[in-house]
Design a protein around this ligand. Sequence first.
Ligand SMILES: Nc1ncnc2c1ncn2[C@@H]1O[C@H](COP(=O)(O)OP(=O)(O)OP(=O)(O)O)[C@@H](O)[C@H]1O
Ligand SMILES: [Mg+2]
Length: 307
Amino acid sequence: MSVSPTEAPGPAAAAPSSVQDVADGLRSVGYLPGESTALVAFLATKLGKPVLVEGPAGVGKTELAKALATFLGRELVRLQCYEGLDEAKALYEWNYRKQLLRIQAEASGTGWDAVQEDIFGEEFLLARPLMSAIASEQPVVLLIDEIDKTDQEFEAMLLEVLSDFQISIPELGRVESRTHPIVLLTSNNSRELTEALKRRCLYLWLDYPELEHELEIVRLHAPDLSETVARRLVEVIGMVRELDLKKPPSIAESIDWARALLLLGADDIDQQTFNDTMSIIVKHRTDLDIVVERVGAKLGGPLGAGT
Ligand SMILES: Nc1ncnc2c1ncn2[C@@H]1O[C@H](COP(=O)(O)OP(=O)(O)OP(=O)(O)O)[C@@H](O)[C@H]1O
Ligand SMILES: [Mg+2]
């Protein structure tokens, strides 16, 4: 059976032949990968194994899947996980309303057998992301985002799908994958994933980037911000991350801060600017107090004078 993709993908790129190819490809679509990111992404395209990407919030886990899909010219099929997610929302479900309408429209003399044959056809099936990815005629990138939000039962079901790449529908038969999707699973570590899942995946730990790497990312997203302010920004972000905070600022927050400073026309990050804008990077009441005391004060001192 066929389930057509919802979004048209871009032109399909030739399969990457080296780690460097993947690194260059990701860069070309605006994602600046670290070394291990490019390596694992390359292996995923070659070995056909799913990749489990773990790391703190906002370090580019979801974005990696998007960038990989764009670079490879594949459609991105996304399954956003949440507590209580079930098979009906992940695999497929029957379109009951449409089935009901069909039953009502049938002539009253039609026997149950004839109706049943009719209403359990492909036309009445609602394909959800896992099914779409498996049934797609073109190879896709399948993003299973925030898998740690689901329960272990769901994980077990997923394992089955990921090992066979097929789905059995009792009334309709088996749907087998014709093309092999690249699968990325992301997790924020809100619960420990099962060993069974980990064993089947390649593993990528994404952490806060090194200073120079983050500077490059910030400059990519806020190209008009001066080099001096951008460098200062990532230095300060680094200082803030060293504190023992509930929620250290992520790359996403660095980018937001850079854009805000640009809008405000800041030409340096002094104590005043920092205090005015730090709620962009620190979002807990208690964290704010710690940051004002430890970093804000430093910016007012010799560090603020540009040393
Ligand atoms: N290596 C990178 N190159 C370019 N942009 C990046 C990179 N890493 C992160 N970003 C940017 O950081 C932002 C946050 O990334 P993303 O949404 O992928 O985070 P996440 O790890 O999925 O976070 P969460 O766990 O909260 O879902 C995005 O806007 C993305 O563009
Ligand atoms: Mg994400």
